[in-house]
Design a protein around this ligand. Structure first.
Ligand code: ATP
Length: 244
């Protein structure tokens, strides 16, 4: 049969104290697939990623119901580092690179394996995906442009050899031409058989990159379907793509 989904979220409910941020949210990311989650500020997108990556408790949040499964295994209640070791790696919003370390040091910090050969192989792959980083390996990361820092953050996540990459607003604060380059890279990553869950306020970008998309509105899935179909609906065009 078909391989198990890279991620299956079923009826997930999350709260921060009295504030319910997600209400019975269900979604799936097929193995190697690219899925986008759209939504306005506060719709619950970051909360969804925090619940999957296991960092929700650090933000004062709590899973109140539902399931999160990857490759058929339950992620609920597991530690964030164990989830990374399982191949689910988040690229945080705002990049969070180590500004005083070099590009090469930032990348090596993302590696999990102790095998020098394994690290070297993955490092070479990242250099091929990001020629810009290859040119700047010995530079301090803090001196990179915003777009280069986003590439470094994605490259660092790839060093952990993920099966599923969680991308939190990769276009945030970047100029359109830079966003185009990030988009090209995300397409290259898809070709490496890495599944992607992309959280974006830039709906045009998200619907272009993903094959399926979910629209979150105040903590619920309001719409979902193939990206091309969603992009053609009146509601998505008006509310998220800025058409009149
Ligand atoms: P943004 O794009 O602004 O990050 P979002 O779609 O990612 O928005 P979330 O950040 O997941 O949305 O927030 C969903 C809801 O949960 C909002 O009502 C928000 O105010 C609330 N919330 C988020 N983080 C916390 C927190 N640490 N403590 C309390 N409430 C929170």
């Amino acid at each position: 049969g078909a391989p198990p989904d890279a991620l299956t979220v079923t009826e997930l409910t999350v709260a921060y104290g009295p504030v319910r941020a997600l209400r019975a949210v269900s979604l799936r990311v097929p193995a190697g697939g690219a899925v986008a989650v759209l939504g306005a500020n506060g719709a619950g997108k970051s909360t969804l990623l925090r619940a999957i990556s296991g960092v929700l408790p650090f933000h004062g949040g709590e899973i109140r119901g539902g399931r999160i499964e990857a490759d058929g295994r339950d992620l609920r209640g597991r530690r964030a580092d164990a989830i990374v070791a399982d191949g689910i790696v988040q690229v945080p919003e705002g990049r969070q690179i180590f500004a005083r370390m070099t590009v090469a040091e930032n990348l090596r910090a993302g590696a999990l394996t102790a095998s020098r050969r394994g690290v070297a192989e993955t490092y070479d792959l990242v250099m091929r995906l990001f020629p810009v980083l290859a040119e700047r390996q010995r530079q301090r990361a803090g001196l990179l442009s915003g777009g280069e820092q986003q590439m470094l953050a994605i490259g660092r996540a790839l060093m952990a050899r993920p099966r599923l990459l969680l991308l939190d607003e990769p276009s945030l604060g970047l100029a359109p031409i830079v966003i185009d380059r990030i988009a090209d890279t995300i397409r290259d990553i898809r070709r490496q058989d890495i599944a992607i869950l992309l959280i974006e306020q830039n709906a045009a970008l998200a619907l272009d990159l993903a094959s399926h998309a979910y629209v979150l509105e105040v903590g619920r899935v309001a719409l979902s379907g193939p990206a091309a179909e969603l992009a053609a609906t009146d509601e998505v065009r008006r509310r998220y793509l800025g058409d009149n």
